[in-house]
Ligand binder design. Structure first.
Ligand SMILES: [Zn+2]
Length: 538
């Protein structure tokens, strides 16, 4: 059975005492740590106040630890919750917008709002939808959103006690883990219709763990939570572990594919699937924090490889472009590197991140254009070279690489000053620069079965080297002498002031990519784990 456990952060205490933020964060951190110690991850839904006060990257760090961070509201203020989360660097795609609070009359309007704010999935339900096992979640709402109801009415099933005085709310600190355990057992015992995946979801709140007006948990060890997660986090069967069969996660994936396409799987499901896959030791599906901006009728995918850890934050703003790049037929893959910091080019973990996202994008069957920004070019090139080694046929579907102002060699990588990154590396020692310099990576790219075109995009001033664009010329010369097809698009002024130039240049590259691969006939579809299966018959 697939499970998820969702914590709605309701800001009960913060509303009265804004100074209590550190305490609230400590509580959430404790909850997250307890879940992690039991081998699971949680789904957090965050309201405006907590997110707006997060100046410390706390929520981003929760996301990096593998938890899902979505937006929460009580029927209004969803837009401000989303805005506050975005300001922390998180782009929420899963939301609990407060369907209970708006009631049936407000449902349509609220879901439309959620969709316009970037929601792909909703983990929320109307009060009327009691635990009836209907639908074997998820189901597709007519407006395109995936709905994953948290399918238990907590009062009816003894998970929470109602507060006295007839108030329609839970008593503080009343969460009963044993009752939740019984609910999950009942759900697990239900017969599952063929082709569907069994699901159980439950919600709790930070105040369900604490006494009124407090952020100190009644059980600071979170033993009940830990035991629950330990018991209900799916473990792979021996067969699944041996790679012979798919477990429940595979079933979910098939169900969703049947219901409307796996591309539309909400993050909650994706992360569940990722976790189960990770347990099956197919780590390449455990993607770095990422977001896919989807086109209505995609012909191509763009994988953006940033330097720094700004992929989800910077997006395409360095080119002066909005999220969809003005490309109506391209999916855009954005991600944040797992290991933060600026030691970018050549860092193996950054290369691995780029490779995983590239594999995932290719796994959807579309041709891919790599778009790298600054030092991200080294990770992009090396990820593609690694792919060519592991799956040569697949690497042929990466049609082009757009390198935007990337440093090309040690002279453009090593900043001046004794404090600078790599100040200690000798410019005379070739071995310490191996794998970091584009100029020495081009020959390996040219040996791929179908080498990508190399497009260099350059502003003057360069974002690092100001008026000197010698590194762009060196990169182009090295690419040409290795035998790659090359183009140069250069503008006078900073990149971001020339959005329309990049939009046109991008559309040219994407058109060529789409045409080249549609004439290449049937292409292999590759599972994110690396196993290949033939393309479906058309
Ligand atoms: Zn709430």
């Amino acid at each position: 059975m697939n499970t998820w456990l969702e914590l709605h952060v309701d800001d009960e205490v913060l509303t009265r005492d804004p100074g209590a933020w550190p305490e609230a964060a400590a509580l959430l951190d404790g909850v997250a740590t307890a879940a992690e110690s039991a081998g699971g991850r949680l789904s957090f839904r965050i309201r405006t106040k907590f997110a707006a006060a997060d100046r410390f990257g706390f929520l981003l760090s929760l996301q990096r630890r593998g938890h899902e961070v979505g937006a929460h509201a009580h029927g209004r203020d969803l837009a401000s919750a989303v805005a506050a989360l975005r300001a922390t660097g998180i782009l929420p795609t899963v939301m609990a917008p407060g369907l209970v609070q708006v009631g049936a009359a407000g449902e349509t309007k609220l879901l439309d709002l959620a969709r316009s704010l970037g929601a792909l999935g909703i983990t929320d339900r109307l009060e009327a939808r009691r635990w009836t096992y209907q639908g074997w979640l998820p189901r597709r709402h007519p407006n395109g959103l995936w709905m994953l109801d948290v399918s238990v009415s907590p009062f009816d099933w003894g998970v929470l006690r109602r507060a006295g005085g007839g108030a329609p709310r839970a008593a503080f600190g009343s969460l009963d883990w044993a009752a939740l355990d019984r609910c999950a057992s009942v759900q697990a015992s239900q017969a599952v219709p063929a082709g569907w995946a069994p699901f159980f979801g439950a919600t709790f709140h930070e105040h369900d763990l604490c006494a009124e007006r407090q952020l100190t948990p009644a059980d600071p060890t979170f033993d009940g939570l830990r035991r629950w997660v330990e018991r209900w986090t799916p473990r792979p069967s021996a067969e699944a572990a041996a790679g012979r069969t798919l477990d429940g996660a595979g079933q979910v994936e098939r169900t969703a594919a049947w219901a409307g396409g796996r591309n539309a799987l909400p993050l909650a499901l994706r992360s569940r699937i990722s976790r189960v896959r990770a347990r099956n030791e197919i780590p390449s599906n455990d993607l770095p924090p990422h977001r896919v901006v989807r086109a209505p009728r995609p012909r191509v995918s763009i994988v953006a490889v940033h330097a720094g850890d700004g992929g989800l934050v910077e997006r395409l703003r360095f080119l002066g472009l909005a999220d969809n790049a003005g490309a109506p037929d391209a999916n855009l893959w954005l991600y944040a590197r797992r290991e933060a910091g600026w030691a970018a080019p050549g860092n193996p973990s950054h290369v691995a991140d780029a490779r995983q996202v590239l594999d995932a994008a290719l796994g959807e069957g579309l041709p891919v254009v790599l778009l790298s920004w600054s030092g991200g070019g080294v990770s992009a090139a090396r990820a593609l070279i690694d792919l060519g080694r592991d799956a040569p046929a697949l690497s042929a579907r990466v049609c082009a690489w757009i390198d935007v102002e990337g440093p090309c060699d040690r002279h453009s990588l090593q900043k001046p000053g004794a404090e600078a990154e790599w100040a200690a590396l000798s410019p005379h020692d070739d071995t310490v620069w191996r794998g970091r310099e584009l100029v020495s990576l081009f020959p390996a790219l040219a040996r791929l079965p179908s080498p990508p075109a190399y497009h260099r995009w350059q502003g003057s001033p360069d974002h690092v080297h100001q008026g000197c664009v010698l590194h762009a010329e060196r990169a182009l010369a090295a690419a040409r002498s290795a035998g790659l097809r090359t183009t140069l698009t250069q503008v006078a002024g900073p990149l971001r002031e020339h959005g329309s130039v990049w939009r046109h240049a991008l559309s040219d590259v994407l058109n060529v990519a789409a045409v080249a691969t549609s004439s290449a006939g049937s292409l292999p579809v590759v599972e994110p784990g690396g196993a290949r299966r033939p393309a479906p018959a058309r």
